[in-house]
Design a protein around this ligand. Structure first.
Ligand code: SAH
Length: 345
């Protein structure tokens, strides 16, 4: 089966040309694919062509298996089925300024962070560009039907996006293509646990993406205890890569810091973090840890979270506590996994 959503406009054009089709068919088909249309809906394409395509190709390699909605904030979690039967999750959050879709980039994850559910079963495989775009297209279609649209995309579902570099970059270029979904590049955030060579590569793509770094510790000792990647790159090496990203793209970097009770939530850690970040064009997102059943880690009390934030502010570090969405449906950061909705819920 050829996954048409993985193809660029030009690749689609070349395929149609080989099938003896006139040039304008590429535009027609590309638009339909990006709108999430079924073969039947592609009415301006000849029936014979549609039949030919349907035999060998898929218009969207993704199906929505199920969705659940948070009673607290209306956040929706989607379970997507891939053609080989694998499942990935995505989360749709509605803010005043529009909807944000949180996407998965891999089935599972191999990074092994101690606090995250996505990595519990390891990484099964990378998602293709079409499987990532397919998630966006399906949700976009639903939103359009209710007069809304996707304003922001965050690559913060399961998987490490920079561990699936080529597919993720092809997907981003497809998602921002004016002839397709035409999403804004600045509205796309890519979050990484800190793969330094790939961060450098990303800085040279000429894209104004928002880069988020999952930092989660103010020194290497603590970071190594909770994030295996810290054994490969030191915090200094990782922050230096962030600085190069800022220099090349002119974009500030977001630093994610999950506050974990008795691990990284001391005021001394806030001081240490402030020293690390002094003078850097960045913003710190504090996330009180979301609990994952299999992990024995807890968030600090709200008072301690506030104290940590206040200390950073006193040290002139731009920081906020992130409003968690969808925690009652296990849809918050670090709670996405392969089979969640097949289990308790
Ligand atoms: N692999 C990428 C993308 C995952 S994004 C990365 O590491 O950045 C998911 C974000 O949620 C990351 O910042 C991750 O560190 C954070 N996270 C994971 N588990 C969490 C948890 N239990 N509570 C709060 N944040 C968590």
């Amino acid at each position: 089966m050829i996954d048409l959503l993985s193809m660029t406009y030009e690749e689609l054009g070349a395929m149609l040309k080989e099938m003896g089709q006139p040039k304008f068919r590429a535009k027609q088909l590309y638009e339909w694919l990006n709108r999430g249309a079924s073969w039947d809906e592609m009415r301006n394409l000849p029936t014979i062509l549609r039949e030919q395509l349907a035999k060998n190709c898929t218009a969207n390699p993704i199906e929505i298996e199920r969705s659940i909605t948070s009673k607290i904030d209306g956040t929706q979690k989607f379970l997507f089925r891939l053609m080989d039967g694998n499942l990935v999750e995505g989360v749709l959050m509605r803010y005043h300024h529009g909807a944000t879709l949180c996407l998965s980039t891999q089935v599972g994850c191999k990074m092994g962070c101690a606090f995250c559910a996505s990595t519990l079963d390891g990484c099964v495989r990378n998602l293709t560009p079409g499987e990532m775009l397919g998630q966006v297209v399906l949700i976009h279609r639903r939103l359009m039907e209710s007069g809304s649209r996707i304003a922001n995309l965050v690559l913060m579902g399961s998987g490490e996006p920079l561990d699936n570099y080529d597919n993720v970059l092809k997907f981003i270029r497809l998602a921002i293509d004016e002839r397709g979904l035409n999403l804004s590049t600045r509205g796309i955030s890519l979050s990484t646990c800190g793969l330094v060579p790939e961060m450098d590569r990303l800085s040279k793509e000429g894209l104004q993406l928002t880069l988020s770094l999952s930092l989660h510790a103010s020194n290497d000792k603590i970071r190594r205890e909770i994030m295996p990647i810290a054994n490969v790159y030191t915090i200094q090496q990782t922050l230096d890569a962030c600085k190069r990203y800022i220099e090349k793209t002119g974009r500030r970097v977001i630093l994610e810091y999950a506050l974990i009770d008795s691990v990284n939530d001391d005021l001394a850690h806030a001081d240490e973090l402030s020293r690390l970040l002094r003078g850097m064009q960045c913003h710190v997102n504090l996330i009180p840890l979301n609990e994952v059943a299999e992990r024995n880690l807890r968030p600090p009390s709200p008072e301690r979270v506030r104290a940590f934030l206040t200390r950073l502010e006193h040290r002139h570090i731009s920081a906020t506590v992130r409003r968690e969405m969808g925690s009652d449906i296990q849809g918050a950061c670090g709670q996405l996994r392969r089979h969640a909705m097949n289990q308790a819920q």
